[in-house]
Design a protein around this ligand. Structure first.
Ligand SMILES: Cc1ncc(COP(=O)(O)O)c(C=O)c1O
Length: 420
């Protein structure tokens, strides 16, 4: 399946909005079908009432489970709608029956909020949290993981694509190791869902959490959880209501048998329908060709950045994602990001080095610039970023392959050139 970049951009109102959006690992630009689904439901609520709109949209709500399941090769009854990836992750992490001394193994590149939860659970429930060393390329060392598994290991957690590094952790290998030892494996697919093809059976995970607003291109305040059928019963939600359970008698309740046991009755239904639409849109456009393009664009960007004097690209990993991180010897990351935004209308973000990464950044740099590409981005947009950095850092012409270097001390009109 070939990607029609022109159509992809025409379907993305933000592409005509005068910004160059390279903050897809933060929140992507929503495509029109997602925006229409979101606005359409809010409009319906405003016209006929929120409860009445939910009744009318019953089919669209059910379709969310089908479309999201299809995106990752799961079953609709294994999907729950939550308002963020963290909420989804927390829902299962705290549904485990933790006993003092139980052990969790994770990589050093684990998402920082998950790290905080490990420390919290260590304090509250006495769990033992152990960090698996990195392999030479910065990904989790799977031999070390295997060697660290012991009789008290109850869970393996992994961030598939860390938030502040272009590396891709070998999730499938970790899944094989977990399966061989019958240990549940919780995969944080927050950055990989919608970015690369995912199949939960191939990945060998037991639970998977993801957000809506990043590479899936859904709205903010949305996320989902997938739990393998045979694990649903083994996880006890830490909070129940009349969605996650039924009040079956004065003294009795029954917990939902499917993944809706992790939902609550009240939810942002417009967001849920829109996230279902985002999953459907991604599959219609084609995740595999989008993934190819994302890797190509990110590789090109790393090449361009490496040619700019003073810039260091920090991404590790043999296989790399659409997340590109870099720093400059003289300018700090918040300054670069602010100037890119205010002077050049280019969106990037500041990525704080996690504690585990700080030693890797030369000269005590604590922050990096994160430029994250999606399939709708263009090489012209990457050129514009390189030109802006070039102008900003005063190293113009230092090994850049792109042409047309204009001085940009005033707000630029972003290049909206499109290639196929
Ligand atoms: C790898 C990873 N996991 C989890 C999260 C948290 O996602 P959310 O903000 O939707 O809870 C992020 C957000 O940046 C992330 O990059």
């Amino acid at each position: 399946m070939d990607l029609d970049i022109r159509a992809l951009r025409a379907n993305t109102p933000g592409c005509a909005g005068g910004v160059i959006h390279l903050n897809n690992a933060g929140a992507s630009l929503m495509p029109s079908p997602v925006l229409d689904a979101l606005k359409g439901h809010i409009d319906l609520e405003s016209r006929i009432g929120g409860y009445e709109a939910a009744v009318e949209a019953a089919d669209a709500i059910e379709r969310f489970y089908v479309d999201v399941a299809a995106l990752i090769g799961g079953h609709p009854d294994e999907i729950a709608f939550l308002d963020s990836a963290t909420r989804a992750w927390l829902a299962v992490f705290h549904a485990m029956d933790w006993r003092p001394g139980d052990e969790v193994l994770t990589a050093r590149s684990e998402y920082n909020a998950n790290m905080v939860s490990f420390l919290h659970a260590r304090e509250r429930q006495g769990i033992v949290h152990r960090l698996v060393p990195d392999a030479e390329d910065g990904t989790i060392d799977t031999d070390a993981l295997e060697a660290m598994i012991g009789p008290r290991t109850r869970l393996i957690c992994l961030s598939h694509m860390p938030t502040n590094d272009g590396l891709i952790n070998p999730a499938q290998k970790v899944g094989q190791i977990a399966a061989a030892r019958t240990i549940p494996f919780l995969l944080d697919a927050c950055q990989s869902a919608g970015q690369m093809p995912l199949d939960v059976a191939e990945l060998g995970c037991t639970m998977l959490s993801a957000t809506g607003r990043k590479y899936m291109r859904g709205p903010r305040g949305t996320g989902f959880l997938w739990v393998r059928r045979d694990w649903l019963d083994r996880l006890m939600p830490h909070a129940l209501d009349i969605r996650s359970a039924s009040w079956t008698g004065v003294d009795a309740y029954e917990i939902a048998s499917d993944a809706r046991r992790f939902e609550l009755w009240e939810a942002g239904i417009a967001g849920q329908i829109a996230l279902g639409s985002a999953a459907r849109y991604a599959r219609e456009v084609g995740i595999a060709p989008m993934w190819d393009r994302i890797q190509t664009l990110a590789g090109d960007l790393r090449g361009m950045l490496s040619g700019i004097g003073g810039v260091t690209v920090h991404d590790q990993g043999s296989d790399k994602s659409g997340i590109v991180t870099f720093s400059h010897a003289r300018l700090n990351a918040p300054e670069i990001v602010a100037r890119l935004r205010s002077v050049h209308s280019i969106n990037t973000s500041v990525s704080a080095c996690q504690l585990t990464r700080s030693s890797l950044i030369a000269g005590g740099t604590t922050h990096m610039v994160r430029a994250s590409v999606h399939a709708y981005n263009t090489t012209q947009e990457l050129d514009a970023l390189a030109e802006a950095l070039d102008a900003m850092t005063g190293t113009r012409g230092a090994g850049l392959s792109h042409a047309n270097k204009n001085d940009n001390s005033s707000p630029r009109q972003p290049s909206l050139g499109v290639e196929q």
